[in-house]
Design a binder for this molecule. Structure first.
Ligand SMILES: *Cc1c(COP(=O)(O)O)cnc(C)c1O
Length: 430
């Protein structure tokens, strides 16, 4: 008997297979060779037959030349930081693809001369918040805050409530971010209560600005007090409002979430926000404010180090001009519609012998904003062991485990992906 392992095809033989040769063309040699080596190792370990090595390598290949996987977010957390926050709309994805090549991001085709970079995105942003005399875009909201500190408070004080000393995540804290820009923090009030008098007492010749930070990922309840932007704007120093999640106008489902228009009307000199939270766009830091103040930020030397690329500008403009982005569709979907989909999916799965039921669920906005807000939702409930099988499948599906069941929450699944979700569960069943 010959050892079957001697029949494992050699790497160069496998790479001559037309399907793998095409993969080298599409994905580059590195990823394809890695998949081939993995398949050969599986054959050597006796996990697959030597004649199946090419098939196995093909099955191992990623869809793109990256190690990032597209994931179905069935967590019920609308803005999920670990899953990349806001998924882009199809319109934004198309715009990214179109802008990926040579593009007129900084060029006027009519005159053949240099033009203002990202003018389309900036015009769309200005149009979306007419109260702003000026708008600017940087890499993220942390960069927007850093730029404010660098341009408006170098060596000076930023007055900030002790109740708003926020850690964004992964150990990054807004007070430390501001201090890294060379500003000094002047903390006022207490964790639960800060009044306008506390701010007034701290303001002096050294004050750069007063900062209001939205506690977007935690809540302090009970015996609390805070000063509003309107009262602070009367203290005679600029007020910068970090609203966090990026609502432009009040949202009826999120009554406690601050928005840019209201903050500007109340007298904020500047408003900063993230582009990839409730706006549903690409990662970006959005700045709205008085024209002269925004210009000061825009012309600061450090602004160049925070400049966004053409892909971000394209995605941002398409998010602003295009159809409702997925984050907003997920937030606003009526629960009756989610229940219908859960019932249909659970019925299809049960018919195929899976222990699946449709259940009520509670979804959340997530680290992106509106802490404590419960969004009524519906989910498909499966035995707990599905959680891992789904997570490690293709495409990976990330649900959540609650009381010994794996829940797939439909608020964060695009209805167009229900069929993919059904297929993914069935693949874990065989
Ligand atoms: C999320 C958040 C930030 C950080 O924004 P990034 O865009 O992630 O840099 C800052 N401030 C508040 C209030 C936030 O919610």
């Amino acid at each position: 008997m010959t050892d079957p392992r001697r029949r494992i095809p050699r790497t160069d033989t496998l790479l001559a297979d037309p399907r793998l040769a095409k993969a080298v063309h599409d994905l580059g040699p590195g990823l394809v060779k890695a998949a081939v080596v993995t398949a050969q190792e599986r054959a050597r370990a006796g996990e697959i037959a030597p004649e199946d090595v090419a098939e196995s390598a093909l099955a191992e290949l990623p869809g793109t030349a990256t190690t990032l996987h597209p994931v179905l977010n069935a967590t019920g957390v609308v803005v999920h930081t670990n899953l990349g926050r806001a998924p882009l709309s199809p319109a934004a994805l198309d715009a990214v693809r179109a802008a990926g090549g040579a593009t007129d991001v900084e060029f006027d085709l009519a005159s053949g001369t240099r033009a203002r970079r990202g003018r389309g995105a900036l015009a769309a942003l200005a149009g979306a918040v007419p109260e702003a005399g000026g708008v600017h875009v940087v890499n993220n909201n942390a960069a927007a805050l850093l730029l404010c500190a660098l341009a408006l408070a170098p060596g000076r004080e930023i007055v900030l409530s002790r109740g708003e000393l926020v850690e964004i995540g992964d150990g990054f804290r807004i007070p430390e971010l501001l201090e890294s820009a060379g500003a000094r923090l002047r903390e006022v009030g207490t964790t639960n209560r800060t009044t306008v008098a506390d701010y007034a007492a701290a303001i002096g010749p050294d004050t750069g600005f007063v900062l209001k930070v939205h506690p977007s990922n935690f809540r302090v309840t009970g015996f609390t007090a805070e000063a509003g932007v309107g009262e602070l704007a009367e203290l005679g120093v600029p007020v910068v409002a970090d609203i966090g999640s990026g609502l432009f106008h009040p949202h009826p489902l999120l009554p406690d979430e601050p928005d840019a228009t209201t903050a500007l009307r109340a007298g904020a000199s500047l408003v900063t926000a993230s582009g990839d939270k409730l706006l549903g766009g690409p990662q970006a830091g959005l700045l709205f404010g008085e024209h002269a103040v925004v210009e000061r930020l825009r012309r600061h030397p450090a602004a160049r180090a925070m400049r966004v690329d053409k892909l971000t500008l394209a995605a941002l403009e398409a998010t602003l001009r295009g159809p409702l982005p997925p984050v907003r569709a997920a937030l606003e979907a009526p629960v009756s519609r989610l229940r219908d989909r859960a019932t249909w999916l659970a019925g299809e799965l049960a018919r195929r012998g899976v222990d699946a039921t449709a259940v009520e669920s509670v979804a959340a906005v997530g680290g992106g904003g509106a802490p404590g807000v419960e969004l009524p939702s519906a989910a498909v409930s499966l035995p707990e062991h599905y959680a891992e099988a789904l997570r490690t499948g293709t495409p990976p599906v990330v649900g959540r485990v609650e009381r010994g069941r794996c829940l797939l929450d439909l608020r964060t699944i695009d209805p167009a992906e229900d069929r993919s979700l059904l297929d993914a569960v069935m693949r874990c069943t065989s």
